[in-house]
Write a protein that binds this ligand. Structure first.
Ligand code: ZN
Ligand code: ZN
Length: 240
């Protein structure tokens, strides 16, 4: 085990989540992820490679969400708007990414057991609008009423945002896309007419069990039906 290993990651395989191969497996050279066998290491490469670098407790992998339009046909695959982003945390130092101190928790994602923290310069500093970001606004939705807070929603133009996992595990594009699709799935319910009542119907569905069910189906659809390679190597079981 390398000295710089990421102890907060459970010692199971980063691809197949096998827990019983700890003795015969090996750590990736970066020391941040463990694999049960060389096949898992190789096959997980499309997901892990963009984030493969020596683990540092002062760095957290997040996703930058670049501007996207409030118009589903123009959004296409949400992952088209995702970029890997390394956020540095060094309390008290100027190099600390503002997301750690001023980012906001996404309450809806807390309900499904994967709390995300989001940061947007224009929203947190209440500066001028920067451009549309429908994906970020939806991630920031409040489960109590199905709406993002007014400061996010009124402009609808937060511009570029950064998202990390509150538990500081690496956030993959595949996981973020699945969470966003989960939110959209429920937002498709007719909430405009009788907002509160309709929202209440699915408010009760925001829990880890429903999320896991959705994530498994989404994973199968992306990897088997759509043949998306990265999803073939992404296990929803790793979303916990
Ligand atoms: Zn494995
Ligand atoms: Zn690595």
């Amino acid at each position: 085990m390398p000295a710089n290993v990421h102890y907060t990651l459970a010692p199971y395989c980063g691809r197949c989540i096998s827990r019983d191969a700890f003795r015969r497996g090996s750590w990736c050279g970066c020391g941040s992820v463990f694999y049960c066998c060389s096949e898992c290491l190789t096959r997980h490469s499309p997901v892990h490679r963009p984030m493969c670098r020596p683990f540092s407790p002062k760095e957290v992998w997040g996703i930058k969400i670049i501007q996207n339009w409030n118009d589903p046909p123009r959004i296409g695959h949400p992952a088209d708007y995702f970029r890997h982003e390394l956020c540095r945390v060094d309390p008290g130092r100027s190099t600390t990414h503002p997301i750690f101190e001023r980012g906001e928790l996404c309450p809806l994602t807390q309900r499904i057991g994967i709390p995300l923290r989001i940061y947007c310069t224009s929203v947190m500093r209440e500066s001028s609008t920067a451009g549309p970001n429908e994906i970020a606004v939806k991630l920031r939705v409040d489960p109590s009423n199905g709406l993002a807070p007014a400061r996010w929603r009124l402009t609808d133009h937060p511009g570029e945002c950064i998202v990390i996992r509150e538990d500081r595990k690496p956030l993959t594009m595949e996981l973020l896309e699945t969470i966003y699709s989960f939110v959209v799935h429920f937002m498709d319910y007719p909430i405009d007419d009788v907002e509160q009542e309709s929202w209440a119907q699915w408010d009760g569905l925001l829990n880890p069990s429903v999320w896991h069910f959705f994530a498994r189906k989404y994973y199968q659809k992306q990897s088997e039906e759509s043949g998306r390679n990265a999803f073939h190597y992404f296990s929803p079981l790793l979303c916990t």
